[in-house]
Design a protein around this ligand. Structure first.
Ligand SMILES: [Zn+2]
Length: 74
């Protein structure tokens, strides 16, 4: 998920392991754009409840087991 860490500064956090991305963002939109870039290894995955879960590169590598279930790597 992306949350406001301080006034105007946003942090991207892994919804599986809780790790923070290595950088802060000036805005929510910047964080979303960075995440969607793809070159940094982060991925978003829609869960059964229809919420987006953000996964760090480590959790992406571990695949569905890291987040319980899913079709991330298919
Ligand atoms: Zn993670």
């Amino acid at each position: 998920m992306i949350y406001e860490h301080d006034r105007g500064m946003y942090v991207l956090t892994c919804d599986s392991c809780g790790a923070d991305a290595e950088q802060l963002f000036d805005g929510f939109r910047d964080a979303v754009d960075w995440k969607k870039d793809g070159s940094n290894g982060w991925r978003s995955k829609l869960d059964d409840a229809g919420d987006w879960n953000d996964l760090c590169p480590d959790c992406v590598e571990q695949g569905p087991d890291a987040s319980g279930e899913g079709d991330l790597l298919e």
